[in-house]
Write a protein that binds this ligand. Structure first.
Ligand SMILES: [Mg+2]
Length: 395
C-alpha cells in the first residue's frame, strides 16, 4: 500500500475566525495580535497581507503599513476550541493525527485511499467537512511524506488542495528556493548560498561529500530532503476517543418518521467510519438539540462493541424513547465511544447478526470499487429527495 500523508493548514486562522464571528470585518484587513503597539502580529487576513502585513511583524510596523486595518486582540480560548473541532473532524478520517500547531496537523490517509476514487477526493471531503462544521477554510497538501505534504499545502494557498504524486517529487522541488527546505533557517541558507546552492534543484545536483565539508553530518539529511525522501512517521499525539456524526437542520424537524430516518442516516455514517478505522464502539450516544437550544444527550453501553449500522440504530432508537419530544428538533447527533477493536469471532453472533455484518462489509467493498453512490441504503435515496425538495423551495 502506497503511503499518503496529508497536511492540513488553516488559511489565516486567527483572522478568519474573527471575520467569521464579526461579519462586519469580512473583506477588511484584519490584524490579530497587533492591538498593543509594542506587540507583534499573530495573524493577518489576506486583505491585510495585500498591504504587506505579515505574521511576526512588529505591530508598530503593521500600523504604519495599514493604518485603517482592524486591529484585534487574540481570543486564544476561541482558537483553541476551533482547533480541537478541526482535529476531531480529521480524526473522523484517520485513526491518529499529529498536530504541529493550533492550525496545522498531519494525518496518514493511506488507508482511506480505498474508500475514495482518488486522493484528491479524500482531500476535498476533509476540506469540505471542515468548512461545513466550522465555517473556516483549510488548505491541504497530499504527498508521499510529511515534508512534501507540508510543502504541498503551501503551494495551493489560499483554499488550496495540492497533490505531489509519486515520481514528481524531484521535478516539483527543483525550482524552489533553498530556504523552502525543511530545517533551513537563515544561517544554513547563507551557507548554501555561499556554496552556490540557491535552489533545491542545485542541492539535488551537489554530491553529498561536497556538502559534508560545509554542513557536517546534516549533509545527508538535507540531500535526502532535496530528493523528496522523508521517512518520518506520523507521531500521533491525538488518537480518536469517539467517532460521531451530527447535523443541524435548516428548519426544525417535527415529523417523527423524518427524525427516525435522520437517526438511521447518522448511524450509517458512524458505522462506516468505525469500519474504515477498524474500530468498534461500545457506548452509543444520541444527542438532540431542540428549537429552544435545550440539548439532551443519552448514552447506552452495549455488551460487545459494534461497527454495524443496525446495532447503532437500534441503540439510538432505545435512547430516543427516553427523551420527551415537546418541540421541534434542530440538531441530531450520534456518537460511538469506548472504542475497541471489532469482534471478529463470528460465533459470538447469531445468524442474523452474521448476515448483517457481511452485508455491511459487502456494501463497503462495493462503494470502494464503484464510488459512494453505487450501493447505498434506501434511506440515503430518500434523504437526497428531501434535500432536492428543500433546494427547490429555496428557489
Ligand atoms: Mg495556517
Amino acid at each position: 500500500m502506497k503511503r499518503w500523508i496529508m497536511h492540513v493548514d488553516m488559511d489565516a486562522f486567527f483572522a478568519s475566525v474573527e471575520q467569521r464571528d464579526h461579519p462586519e470585518w469580512r473583506g477588511k484587513p484584519v490584524i490579530v495580535g497587533g492591538k498593543a503597539k509594542r506587540g507583534v502580529v499573530a495573524t493577518a487576513s489576506y486583505e491585510a497581507r495585500a498591504f504587506g502585513v505579515r505574521s511576526a511583524m512588529p505591530s508598530a510596523k503593521a500600523h504604519e503599513l495599514c493604518p485603517d486595518g482592524v486591529f484585534v486582540a487574540p481570543r486564544m480560548d476561541v482558537y483553541k476550541r476551533e482547533s480541537a473541532k478541526i482535529h476531531e473532524i480529521m480524526l473522523h478520517y484517520a485513526p491518529a493525527i499529529e498536530p504541529i500547531s493550533l492550525d496545522e496537523a498531519f494525518m496518514d490517509i493511506s488507508g482511506l485511499r480505498n474508500h475514495y476514487p482518488s486522493v484528491d477526493a479524500v482531500g476535498r471531503a476533509i476540506k469540505e467537512e471542515i468548512r461545513e462544521k466550522t465555517g473556516l477554510i483549510a488548505s491541504a497538501g497530499i504527498a508521499p511524506n510529511k515534508f512534501l505534504a507540508k510543502m504541498a499545502s503551501d503551494m495551493g494557498k489560499p483554499d488550496g488542495l495540492f497533490i505531489i504524486p509519486y515520481g514528481k517529487e524531484i521535478e516539483i522541488l527543483a525550482p524552489l528556493p533553498i530556504r523552502k527546505l525543511w530545517g533551513v533557517g537563515h544561517v544554513t541558507e547563507k551557507k548554501f548560498i555561499e556554496m552556490g546552492i540557491e535552489t533545491i534543484g542545485d542541492l539535488q545536483k551537489t554530491p553529498t561529500n561536497v556538502l559534508k565539508s560545509i554542513l557536517g553530518n546534516q549533509a545527508g539529511m538535507f540531500k535526502k530532503l532535496s530528493l523528496g525522501i522523508d521517512n518520518r512517521p506520523i507521531e500521533s499525539r491525538r488518537v480518536a476517543k469517539s467517532i460521531g456524526d451530527e447535523s443541524t437542520y435548516e428548519t426544525d424537524m417535527t415529523d417523527e418518521n423524518e427524525i427516525n430516518r435522520q437517526i438511521a442516516l447518522h448511524s450509517d455514517v458512524v458505522a462506516q467510519r468505525l469500519r474504515k478505522q477498524k474500530l468498534a464502539g461500545r457506548t452509543i450516544s444520541l444527542k438532540i438539540r431542540f428549537a429552544s437550544f435545550r440539548t439532551v444527550t443519552r448514552s447506552i453501553t452495549l455488551e460487545v462493541g459494534t461497527d454495524l449500522q443496525e446495532d447503532i440504530y437500534e441503540a439510538a432508537m432505545k435512547l430516543k424513547e427516553k427523551i420527551y419530544f415537546t418541540e421541534g428538533v434542530r440538531l441530531i447527533g450520534i456518537t460511538a465511544s469506548n472504542l475497541c477493536p471489532p469482534v471478529e469471532t463470528i460465533d459470538l453472533f447469531s445468524d442474523k447478526r452474521e448476515k448483517q455484518s457481511r452485508a455491511e462489509r459487502v456494501m463497503d467493498k462495493i462503494q470502494d470499487l464503484f464510488g459512494k453512490n453505487a450501493l447505498r441504503r434506501a434511506i440515503w435515496l430518500e434523504e437526497e429527495k428531501r434535500k432536492n425538495q428543500s433546494d427547490e423551495k429555496e428557489k
